[in-house]
Design a protein around this ligand. Structure first.
Ligand SMILES: [Zn+2]
Length: 266
């Protein structure tokens, strides 16, 4: 039950966006979470949305590299990783409120997802509620710094049980965003599911191209804990289909279940 505290600390200390991946809070200004980015490898050419996970074998056994990371349908999880240093080439700042003011990395999303999230938030507003962004894009380097920090603290085996390995966080696609209601209640906590905002998202997110990515009871399939606050842009048509079917992106893509991993946070 660490999240409310983490969020409050985060607002003060500028790295709230890490909360979704954070087990221990820290306000250490020298934390690797604040380390600067390195040059990124160029991404693949944009591809069409494909019906299955395109990937090649990675050097690391069991993990495959996604070959079409620019597709809005890209599947990224513990089995399908983005190539080292992948960075989307169309990241922009969506015009939506976040729980922090700074114009920083975690505010970024890919252009198409940014346009969609603006419409999503506007529609919520029309229905009388204010959504806030908590954390959107997270670079490979940021995830790596986080992960390395946890490895140094707890060792790799334990770190892997609660933090995404660099390249396996959906936040690196620029298509994911964690959200919360205006009162910040249950931010990045399971009880967010009981808020009016979460109910509204369940009913409406798909119409704007978003799915609630990590479903309850599907942890074995996704490899991630239930996260009712984590929205993933896949485009309207696919989002509506996935939502109607009530399946995970893994099931929709007929991918190999991530069953040998302990569900983690993203
Ligand atoms: Zn998330």
């Amino acid at each position: 039950m660490k999240k409310p505290l983490i969020v409050i600390i985060g607002i003060i200390s500028l790295f709230v966006g890490q909360a979704c991946d954070q087990q221990q809070s820290t306000t250490d200004q020298d934390s690797p979470m604040l380390s600067s980015h390195t040059e990124q490898a160029e991404g693949n050419e944009a591809g069409e949305a494909s019906a299955g996970p395109d990937s090649e074998q990675n050097e690391e056994p069991g993990i495959e590299v996604v070959t079409d990371p620019q597709s809005v349908a890209v599947l990224v999880n513990e089995e399908y990783a983005l190539m080292d240093g992948y960075e989307p080439d169309d990241l922009v700042y969506p015009d939506i409120p976040f729980i922090f003011e700074e114009k920083v990395e975690k505010r970024l999303m890919r252009q198409e997802a940014a346009d969609a999230v603006e419409q999503l938030f506007a529609a919520a507003k029309d229905d009388g509620m204010t959504l806030l962004g908590v954390s959107a894009y997270r670079s490979y380097q940021t995830q790596k710094s986080l992960f390395d920090y946890y490895v140094a603290q707890d060792g790799e085996e334990l770190a892997r049980t609660y933090s995404a390995v660099p390249g396996t966080s959906e936040h690196q696609t620029g298509l994911a965003i964690d959200v919360v209601g205006e009162d910040l209640s249950c931010a990045v906590e399971d009880c967010f599911a009981d808020t009016v905002e979460a109910k509204w998202l369940e009913e409406n997110a798909a119409d704007y191209g978003f799915i609630i990515r990590y479903m309850e009871g599907k942890e074995e399939l996704t490899g991630f804990k239930y996260e009712p606050w984590h929205l993933r842009y896949v485009g309207v048509e696919m989002a509506q289909e996935i939502t109607k079917l009530g399946v995970t992106l893994e099931e929709y893509m007929n991918a190999v279940p991530v069953s040998d991993q302990t569900p983690i946070e993203n």
